[in-house]
Design a protein around this ligand. Structure first.
Ligand code: ATP
Length: 258
């Protein structure tokens, strides 16, 4: 495989909550177009790290370079505008809205017409609404959720809701997709299906993906790059096979799970 440029580089990132360190001196890079998995025991700092990457948490220290832009702090809205999308550990969808409407909310940042144009369906609004709808439908088809496109999200099985959340994130056409436990609570078949959709996303759209996943089997099969965290510190970083054989990783994490 040829070496690819990093899309995201973290250098010496530290984060604490009221004096308690959640992340300590964390540095690693994510190459453009790769699937990078963050693994580690509960409380290791994985979700906090995603929140640093998409600007929800401001690190106490360190530098982040994303898509050529160096920053010490970034607000979530700016991160979204720059092509960073995210799903959550606990599904964050509008349960009383249809699948299609939820997916459409993922396109909010692409809307250029004014509120007035939309209210009276004039100017740029009608054509834009058509394009938004078409893009949303494309994603719905890509993730094979057409049969439920009109269903209320709250009534769908958990695994499907996870897929709708992925659809909403993809509707934003992200460059960097952050997935917080996309397969949590799923059975083996559902995990295999979700893994395929994640790989298809990488292949079809060239999306760079950073995900958190506890199932080591899934992680090994899915990712090209692993970063292992333990108590907020990085203890492993590299291709899955190399990380798997790292004695510190085996002792701290993998060893306890096998
Ligand atoms: N908002 C917060 N306020 C205070 N402490 C927090 C907050 N968020 C996380 N922490 C603490 O930071 C540390 C890292 O938590 P984090 O949720 O990032 O870990 P994690 O690896 O994602 O865990 P899990 O696998 O259980 O989701 C933990 O000690 C946690 O208690």
């Amino acid at each position: 495989m040829t070496a690819r440029n990093p899309l995201l580089t973290l250098e010496h990132i530290s984060l604490s909550f009221k004096g308690v360190k959640a992340i300590t001196d964390m540095s690693f890079s994510v190459a453009e177009g790769e699937i990078c998995a963050l693994i580690g025991p509960n409380g290791a700092g994985k979700s906090s790290l995603l929140n640093v990457i998409n600007g929800v948490y401001q690190p106490d220290d360190g530098i982040i370079t994303y898509d050529g832009e160096i920053r010490t702090a970034m607000r979530p809205h700016h991160a979204a505008e720059r092509g960073i999308a995210r799903t959550f550990q606990n599904i964050a969808l509008f349960k009383g809205m249809s699948v299609l409407d939820n997916v459409l909310t993922g396109r909010n940042l692409k809307v250029q017409s004014s509120w007035l144009e939309q209210a009276f369906n004039v100017g740029r609004a009608p054509k834009e609404a058509l394009v938004q709808r078409q893009k949303a439908e494309e994603i719905i088809e890509f993730l094979r959720i057409q049969p439920w496109r009109g269903s209320l999200v709250g009534g769908l099985p958990y695994g499907l809701q996870k897929r709708v959340e992925l659809a909403r994130a993809l509707a934003a056409e992200p460059k960097l997709l952050l997935l917080d436990e996309p397969m949590a609570g799923m059975n083996r078949d559902e995990k295999a299906e979700m893994s395929r959709f994640i790989v298809d996303t990488q292949r079809e759209f060239g999306t760079t993906i950073v995900l958190i996943e506890h199932d080591i089997g899934v992680v090994m099969a899915l990712s090209q790059h692993l970063v292992v965290l333990d108590y907020g510190k990085k203890i492993g970083d590299g291709p899955p096979e190399a990380v798997r054989n790292n004695p510190e990783v085996i002792a701290a994490y993998l060893g306890t799970r096998h």
